[in-house]
Design a protein around this ligand. Structure first.
Ligand SMILES: CC(C)(COP(=O)(O)OP(=O)(O)OC[C@H]1O[C@@H](n2cnc3c(N)ncnc32)[C@H](O)[C@@H]1OP(=O)(O)O)[C@@H](O)C(=O)NCCC(=O)NCCS
Length: 166
């Protein structure tokens, strides 16, 4: 996986992301998504040189005080798969959530996401990063696939023994 770099996309990546998310089909929708997820939400990207080869987008659910974030658009370009990029993207996206909440002084509580029951590759990766099956949802997006809700829970920071000393 040498030469792959991970980071947050910015408005400079607009054109490339517009192309990456062309499966949304409606131009206005794609533009809004890209603009939204490079301003008040986040797009974690894997780059091979200048080229974006993988993504996870995430946003804060409800207001930040709930400490809850949702992952979406976990994807790696086909020719770059099975090199560990997907796994690293998840790691970087989790860190990005922690950094965001730390910056605004709030304890992160949960990251959640939906994944199809049959998507064992993605499920295995999320489980390796500590996500657990929270609930079976049923046919949410298509009649063929059952969706699962996965979540990663952060434990509250414990007070260190020195803080507790009388
Ligand atoms: C899921 C996805 C992002 C993984 O990206 P990736 O870069 O290939 O991920 P990694 O290389 O880090 O890991 C791949 C792992 O899955 C395993 N794997 C690949 N295909 C698999 C399959 N069909 N079934 C089970 N495991 C599979 C690989 O062996 C590897 O395992 P390892 O970590 O033990 O070596 C990529 O396959 C993808 O973009 N899929 C289409 C979009 C998608 O399904 N997104 C998830 C929506 S929630």
């Amino acid at each position: 996986m040498e030469n792959i770099e991970f980071g947050l996309a910015t408005q400079k990546d607009r054109e490339q992301l517009m192309d990456y998310f062309r499966h949304y089909k409606v131009d206005e929708l794609i533009e809004r998504r890209v603009d939204c997820y490079t301003s008040h939400s986040f797009t974690v990207v894997a780059r091979d040189g200048d080229r974006i080869v993988g993504t996870i987008q995430w946003h804060v659910k409800e207001d930040p005080y709930t400490g809850v974030a949702e992952f979406e658009e976990f994807h790696v370009l086909e020719e770059h798969r099975d090199r560990g990029i997907g796994s690293s993207l998840i790691g970087h996206a989790i860190q990005s959530v922690k950094d965001y909440f730390e910056k605004i002084g709030i304890q992160p509580k949960t990251i959640f996401l939906f994944v199809s029951e049959g998507n064992t590759a993605a499920r295995d990766l999320f489980e390796k990063h500590g996500f657990q099956l929270a609930s079976k949802i049923g046919h949410l997006f298509s009649d063929d696939e059952v969706e699962l809700l996965y979540s990663l829970k952060f434990w509250p920071k414990r007070l260190s023994p020195s803080t507790l000393a009388f």
